[in-house]
Ligand binder design. Structure first.
Ligand code: UDP
Length: 331
């Protein structure tokens, strides 16, 4: 299939481009490189075609869709940091919601009717019932989650209006790196737990701050469901194969296992052999105490099976990446 991938130079985007290319799809990337890395896309696709452009540029999107005879779009391009979204909510609305609206306009004009979109567990807010199923009513508690829920509403509307077929893939905590060390996580600034823990192990940071130790969880620190980026990439390929115009697929992508911040730190100490000093700190605004996926629907509808999302594989693949690329793609 001819597939346009927005955010193709980002973390999950680049891993997915690689898998799509390996599966025989023709991938055209679209990225403004504001947060992604040209090198990530080049490595993932063996110097494939990357259009440098903004989501706001609906005309360029439409021209690209037509020129490349695109049959489906995978849409990663978005901002994804809870803390930043609390500080700059309008940035999240503009980039994530209005950007997706431009993409939908271009797709309607070019009559491209298959779309796989990155969504997030953050749309559920602080759900009462864990594990979280897709029936949980959306109730975001931060602007990032709100922006992604707004995008899902646009998809529903586009399905009714022009017959879009879409899959909204609601990720839990993406983590890990490609097993051969080619691709990995490189954010600036880095705010995610696992890369920060590994940067402490590498001596790039002195200590970890654990945000909150009085949550209603077994050890008082937040519990998250970490899912390997390769398992996420695999789900995108499956969604692409499965999707027809007019379809609606809404699935959670998580391992189904919860891991606390302290458990991550302890296992990282074992894998890296470094003491990883850590301090208990204040809670970070916008963080729910526990997020664990019920992934039954993804298993049923996409025949998806997370095969790399055990903590050992996540942490050791991430550790290999960080050790071998201490400055990310900039070396
Ligand atoms: N966290 C932490 N210290 C850090 C970064 C993150 O204690 O330096 C915690 C954060 O509060 C959350 C968990 O680790 O409970 C995962 O955070 P991350 O930013 O990786 O992902 P999120 O759950 O926000 O998508």
């Amino acid at each position: 299939m001819n597939v346009l991938v927005t955010g193709a130079a980002g973390y999950i985007g680049s891993h997915t481009c690689r898998l799509l290319a390996q599966a025989g799809h023709r991938v055209v990337g679209y990225d403004n490189l504001s947060r992604g890395h040209q090198a990530a896309f080049d490595r993932a696709t063996d110097d494939g075609q990357l259009v440098i452009g903004d989501l706001a540029n609906s005309a360029l999107l439409e021209e690209t869709l037509r020129r490349e005879s695109i049959e489906a779009v995978i849409h990663f391009a978005a901002f994804g940091l809870v803390g930043e979204s609390v500080q700059y909510p309008e940035r999240y609305h503009r980039n994530n919601v209005e950007g997706s609206q431009c993409l939908l306009e271009a797709m309607q004009q070019a009559n491209v009717l298959r779309l796989v979109v990155s969504s997030t567990t953050a749309i559920y807010g602080t759900p009462k019932q864990i594990p979280i199923s897709e029936e949980t009513p959306p109730d975001p508690i931060n602007p990032y989650g709100q922006s992604k829920w707004d995008v899902e509403c646009l998809l529903q509307e586009a399905r009714g209006r022009f017959g879009l077929g879409y899959a909204a893939l609601r990720y839990f905590n993406a983590a890990g790196a490609s097993l051969d060390g080619l691709l990995g996580e490189d954010h600036d600034p880095e705010t995610h737990l696992i890369p920060i823990v590994l940067q402490v192990a590498l001596g790039q940071r002195e200590r970890l701050s654990i945000f909150g130790s009085d949550y209603p969880t077994p050890d008082g620190t937040c519990v998250r469901d970490y899912v390997h980026v390769l398992d996420l990439a695999d789900a995108h390929e499956r969604a692409l194969q499965r999707l027809s115009p007019g379809d609606c697929v809404e699935v959670n992508l998580g391992s189904g296992q919860g891991t606390s911040v302290l458990e991550i730190v302890e296992q990282a100490r074992e894998i890296t052999g470094h003491p990883i000093p850590a301090d208990l700190a204040e809670r970070r605004p916008g963080d729910p105490p526990r997020l664990i996926a019920n992934n039954h629907r993804a298993r049923m509808e996409l025949a998806w099976e997370p095969t790399h999302s055990d903590l050992e594989t996540i942490l050791s693949s991430a550790w290999d990446w960080h050790r071998n690329h201490p400055h990310g793609y900039a070396q």
